[in-house]
Design a protein around this ligand. Structure first.
Ligand SMILES: NC(=O)c1ccc[n+]([C@@H]2O[C@H](COP(=O)([O-])OP(=O)(O)OC[C@H]3O[C@@H](n4cnc5c(N)ncnc54)[C@H](OP(=O)(O)O)[C@@H]3O)[C@@H](O)[C@H]2O)c1
Length: 261
């Protein structure tokens, strides 16, 4: 399926690996030029080179820490300078710490909200005028922890719920400004971030990797982990003209894990 992104310019945050890199790849395969943001310049360069080689689209990068209050505006300005327009924003960067509530520190909470929530807010503030001009679209990559709370995911769950509220608020604003806003809630997706969770399970269960993975799958009632490109396809669809009537929607993509209305 082609989702018609030819000539569009897109920013993806957290695009140096995992879900963000996969989203950037799929958007480029569908014709978009990409502006990739994360901290690691070598990783960004590797992803960008792969995109250019595979798709022939442009892929520019900016290495910066999105917790820094000035980084989002700098990223948007650099993307607009490179492409002369902005049609798509994907807020994906996130790194909330998991663990026992009483072991989590003030710094863990600050960086969790500072990157995933405030980073998305600041990216949106800087990108919005350009998205308004282009009648563009925005997708926030959130997480099913926004719907289902758990004791070991206090920061991530709180950040995700806040980001869902922000998504809906900007969707409301987008009805008048002509910017489409949606969110994706991934379940368990096979990335480095999930590797951390598998390691925690191995320690907790004193088990090998395969046993720990089997335990997580059984605990969540799912048959397998999702793959990053599956989130990429959904994001590409949501920002495309095919999804023009989808607005203010939160889409779970989790293999059936979330059994909520
Ligand atoms: N994987 C899952 O199962 C899952 C489930 C639900 C939701 N999610 C959400 O999906 C998003 C992507 O997850 P993922 O699994 O792909 O994570 P990941 O593999 O850990 O990748 C995170 C990305 O964010 C970037 N990043 C981290 N800290 C940053 C900072 N301070 N400034 C700028 N960029 C930063 C990383 O690059 P650098 O390190 O180079 O900066 C990397 O590109 C996250 O928001 C996560 O919460 C993931």
């Amino acid at each position: 399926m082609q989702v018609e992104l030819n000539g569009r310019a897109a920013i993806v945050t957290g695009a140096s690996r995992g879900i963000g890199a996969a989203i950037a790849g799929v958007l480029a395969e569908q014709g978009a030029d990409l502006f990739l943001v994360a901290r690691s310049r070598p990783d960004l360069d590797r992803v960008a080179a792969g995109i250019v080689q595979r798709t022939g689209r442009r892929a520019e990068v900016l290495a910066c820490d999105l917790i820094d209050a000035g980084s989002p505006a700098a990223a948007v300005a650099a993307a607009v300078a490179a492409f002369g327009r902005l049609d798509i924003l994907v807020n994906n960067a996130g790194a909330t710490k998991r663990g026992d509530f009483f072991q989590l520190t003030e710094a863990d909470w600050s960086s969790g909200f500072g990157l995933k929530f405030l980073g998305a807010v600041r990216m949106t503030r800087a990108a919005w005028p350009h998205l308004k001009t282009s009648h563009g679209a925005m997708v926030n990559i959130v997480g099913i922890g926004s719907r289902v709370a758990s004791a070991e995911f206090t920061i991530g769950g709180s950040v995700n719920s806040a980001l869902i509220n922000f998504t809906q608020a900007m969707a409301d604003r987008g009805r008048t400004d002509g910017v489409r806003v949606n969110a994706i809630n991934p379940g368990h997706i096979a990335t480095d971030r999930l590797e951390g969770r598998i390691r925690l399970a191995m320690e907790r269960l004193k088990a090998d990797r395969e046993t720990a993975i089997g335990h997580i799958l059984a605990e969540q009632g799912i048959r397998r982990f999702g793959q990053p490109h599956e989130i990429g396809w959904l994001a590409a669809y949501l920002v495309s003209p095919l999804a023009e009537f989808i607005h203010g929607t939160i889409v779970d993509i989790d293999g059936g894990e979330t059994r909520a209305m």
